[in-house]
Ligand binder design. Structure first.
Ligand code: APR
Ligand code: PHB
Length: 388
């Protein structure tokens, strides 16, 4: 089989890239290791920056998001039982959209199916060949049958554990990493949210987050230890751990109920440089990971895709390789700023150590934020998403 761009991975990065390319007449094939149902079963964050919204609109898949998504003009930060508000609208004139990543993935999959673009699910043993030549290839196996795609470019959108980053010569890659000594225990429940905006909580017992998927479905997280296991966290124990971390109003509003999903995620910051190797371009989690505090994962994948699809369009339509040549540098400049913000939110809001000095610094940092318009503007600018 021959195509212009072979895309590895049908997560948000691969699907969004595929849709934008397809809309502009650039042929592409997506190879995904899992089934579509498996991909749709993953629960991830759900805060969409305005730039990401614009890209979803450009890809023609934004209608349901605008109908069902919740526009949030600000966010609450609760520090040791006292809640503060930061207004995105007042500080930046912008807002974010709360809409689950699962729904975005579904909208992208539906859009791709409607467009008749090719996706090969359950593709095993995906292998990249000749990435430094003018005719790279990808081989794979579906139900025992071997397939081969010859293409102009390969987009490695296959997440942190994917094959793309692992296919580059090790000495051409530099990686940067921080692993945090705690995780997030998250539950989804069919209960109304405690407030009309998200509440990020800093408390001596540890971080918590009150988020939502709709007016009737809530998503909550609490900081947990890395050796914790979900089986040790029946729902009652979760609610009892969450309650004391909240402010009085949120605690009074909290409606508890059975969880419909419960999982533990470790927290990691990671960047691989560069993001281009010959004719292979990495995008999304394949190149970088942020801890979820700040909800930048999906939005960073979208900003990579923004640089990459425009660069590919320039190549095919304008016969210019300037965008492709600058892709890595442009994407990484934005990635590092989101890495910084996610790291800052993580280290400011979690119980990061037993050292009282660290706690005092966190409180000083947050007190400064609540008293300074400049600090709130910087926070809001980063939360709603820096310009592309
Ligand atoms: N071959 C084919 N597909 C693969 C392979 C492989 N060897 N390895 C991984 N994949 C697929 C995964 O099954 C997954 O569906 O690549 C996809 C990568 O999707 P994500 O992990 O969602 O990564 P990305 O699209 O970059 O999304 C970035 O969305 O999923 C979140 O946490 C993620 O917030 C981040 C953002
Ligand atoms: C979520 O709703 O799952 C969510 C929201 C904000 C975050 C992380 C996760 O920072």
């Amino acid at each position: 089989m021959r195509t212009q761009v072979a895309i590895i991975g049908a997560g948000p990065a691969g699907l969004l890239l595929g849709q934008l390319l397809h809309k502009h007449g650039i042929d592409n094939v997506i190879l995904e290791r899992q089934t579509a149902d498996y991909v749709l079963g993953r629960i991830r964050a759900g805060v969409i920056e305005q730039g990401t919204m614009g890209l979803l609109d450009e890809a023609g898949v934004g209608a349901r998001m605008h109908h069902d998504g919740l526009v949030h003009d600000g966010v609450f930060l609760c520090v040791d039982g006292k809640r503060h508000h930061v207004s995105f609208k007042d500080m930046t004139g912008k807002a974010v959209m709360v809409y689950g990543q699962t729904e975005i993935t579904k909208d992208l999959m539906d859009g791709r199916a409607a467009a008749g673009a090719r996706t090969i699910y359950s593709a095993h043993d995906v292998a990249l060949h000749d990435i430094f030549s003018n005719a790279p290839r990808v081989t794979y196996n579906v139900e025992g049958e071997t397939g081969e795609i010859v293409c102009d470019y390969i987009a490695g959108c296959d997440g942190f554990h994917g094959v793309s980053r692992q296919s580059v010569p090790p000495d051409s890659l530099k990686t940067f990493e921080r692993i945090y000594p705690f995780g997030w225990l998250g539950i989804l429940s069919e209960t109304p949210p405690v407030a009309d905006e998200l509440i990020y909580v800093r408390h001596p017992s540890g971080f918590a987050l009150c988020s939502m998927r709709s007016h009737t479905r809530s998503r909550y997280y609490i900081q947990c230890s890395l050796d914790d296991h979900v089986d040790a966290w029946p729902d009652e124990r979760f609610w009892e751990a969450l309650k004391p971390r909240l402010d009085d109003e949120a605690r009074a509003n909290l409606v508890t109920g059975p969880s419909i999903e419960k999982s533990i995620a470790p927290l990691r910051s990671f960047v691989a440089e560069p993001m281009r190797f010959g004719r292979l371009f990495l995008a999304g989690d394949a190149a970088h990971i942020v801890p979820p505090t700040g909800a930048k994962g999906l939005n960073l994948a979208a900003s990579d895709v923004q640089y990459l699809w425009r660069a590919l369009l320039e190549h095919y339509k304008d016969k210019s390789d300037a965008g492709l040549d600058h892709y890595s540098e442009r994407a990484l400049a934005r990635v590092w700023k989101a890495e910084r913000f996610s790291w800052w939110m993580t280290t400011t809001l979690h119980r990061i150590s037993d050292n009282p000095f660290d706690h005092k610094l966190q409180l000083a940092e947050l007190d400064y934020l609540f008293r300074s318009k400049a600090a709130q503007t910087a926070f809001a600018e980063n939360y709603v998403g820096l310009p592309y």
